[in-house]
Design a protein around this ligand. Structure first.
Ligand SMILES: Cc1ncc(COP(=O)(O)O)c(C=O)c1O
Length: 427
């Protein structure tokens, strides 16, 4: 510890590096590494031309350009908030969505953090899918919330184990410390799978069962990848099941289907929660970048966002197919992969005797072969006394050009072979 580090708060001292930091650094320090790990979007299709035109038009307009360069409201630009409200309603919600429930954030990440911070004291409980978005696990760690993971299959979190976990919390007298059920409903990170409509209904039934007994908690529906659908049917937001509008919050973003560099996302919050999130956001930044929001507003109004969503369907469909083909070509046939219908990720399950973690033979072989993946251990919330699977990996086809992804998969296939040889000769 550096001498002045004793000045740090308990919370800062307890905050650890996100696991992905190592993977990012390994790529930046050694450009020969091919990263199938970093969750960046496709570089080539980023909407530079649309953005240039929007900015040029904006700065032709004396009034509009000056108001974009001024501070804005903490809640964000009204036209974007209205757009989000109408977008949600278009799923056939029973009641209109009041745009005052919508907050614009510096990425949806900021709003995930602030909501969690508003609800959780140290030691409170948040239930997540196992595996889940590891950055959110970092948020929980930072806030001091206890993460509990529920097994998840290709249709989403399993309802029965959720119910059993809630019953166990009820029995142990801890259920009122449960504040949040965090679900990624579309092409989740890391597995690339949806929560099917039937599963959303089953999960909602469990939530309702406990609501009727007086045990309430917020369902945080993270829909970050919804607009990256390239196959299969579109599914309405799970929040449609919450007729009261009081128990499910939705989180969306303009990062994935437009530009992450904008750092612009949104949350549609229950009426009772919105003022608290706004107050806390006031302490963070009293409003996200007005200039960025103005660009997003114009992208929505001119139809550029919608066009980009359409373009990306072709881009990611082709990239996902390329990755699946490469996996078939280079990976042993007993590696199980899902077939994503949207999003940025492919989840590979290796046989149980082939661990993928940081200290594993495979991870070391991958580094030797100059290729990186996200080990599954980062994505499972670690709970004392509960063993979590350790032999999967998250791969992404999103950022790299297809030929580099293909080469990365060749290297990874070789690494799998080498590590299996080393394990069997050691055994
Ligand atoms: C599941 C999920 N939710 C939320 C986010 C946050 O995205 P942003 O802050 O760019 O809106 C990400 C980013 O990777 C994500 O994977």
């Amino acid at each position: 510890m550096q001498p002045n580090e004793k000045l740090l708060s308990t919370r800062a001292k307890g905050t650890v590096d996100q696991p992905i930091t190592f993977l990012m650094k390994a790529t930046l320090d050694n450009p020969e590494n091919i990263s199938l790990a970093a969750g960046f979007v496709d570089q080539e299709s980023l909407p530079a031309d649309f953005t240039r035109d929007i900015v040029a038009d904006l700065f032709e307009d004396h009034e509009a350009s000056r108001s974009a360069l001024q501070y804005g409201l903490t809640s964000g630009l009204a036209p974007i908030r209205k757009w989000v409200a109408r977008r949600i309603e278009s799923d056939g919600f029973a009641n209109p969505i009041d745009p005052d429930r919508v907050v614009i954030g510096s990425g949806s990440q900021q709003l995930l953090f602030i909501t969690t911070d508003c609800l959780c004291d140290r030691g409170d409980i948040v239930i997540v899918e196992d595996p889940t978005y590891f950055v959110y696990l970092g948020v929980l760690n930072n806030i001091g919330a206890r993460a509990m993971g529920i097994p998840t299959d290709e249709s989403g979190m399993l309802a029965e184990p959720l119910k059993e976990r809630l019953e166990a919390l009820e029995k142990s007298g801890e259920i009122d410390r449960l504040k949040i059920l965090y679900l990624q409903t579309y092409y989740q990170n890391p597995m690339g799978t949806n929560i099917s409509w039937e599963r959303r209904e089953e999960l909602w039934e469990v939530v309702n069962h406990f609501h009727k007994k007086g045990h309430d908690f917020l369902v945080m529906e993270d829909a970050a990848y919804r607009d990256l659908r390239f196959a299969g049917e579109d599914i309405p937001f799970m929040a449609k099941l919450d007729k009261s509008g009081e128990r499910i919050a939705i989180y969306g973003t303009f990062s994935k289907a437009f530009a992450p560099g904008m750092r612009s996302g949104w949350a549609c919050l229950p009426e009772w929660l919105a003022p608290h999130v706004l107050r806390q956001k006031g302490n963070h930044d009293f409003g996200s970048s007005n200039l960025t929001q103005t660009i997003v507003q114009h992208a929505l109004e001119k139809g550029h966002y919608q066009q980009q969503v359409e373009n990306l369907q072709h881009v990611y469909r082709a990239k996902a197919e390329g990755m699946l083909k490469g996996i078939k070509e280079f990976f042993p046939s007993d590696v199980k992969v899902n077939n994503p219908q949207g999003g940025l990720y492919v989840w590979c399950e290796l046989p149980a005797d082939c661990p993928t973690g940081h200290d594993s033979a495979l991870f070391k072989a991958a580094l030797r072969n100059k290729v990186l993946y996200v080990p599954s251990v980062y994505c499972y919330c670690q709970e004392e006394g509960i063993e979590k699977p350790d032999s999967s990996m998250r791969l992404t086809y999103a950022m790299m050009p297809p030929d580099i992804v293909h080469e990365g998969l060749r290297r990874l296939g070789k690494a799998i072979e080498e590590s299996r040889e080393s394990i069997s000769s050691a055994g």
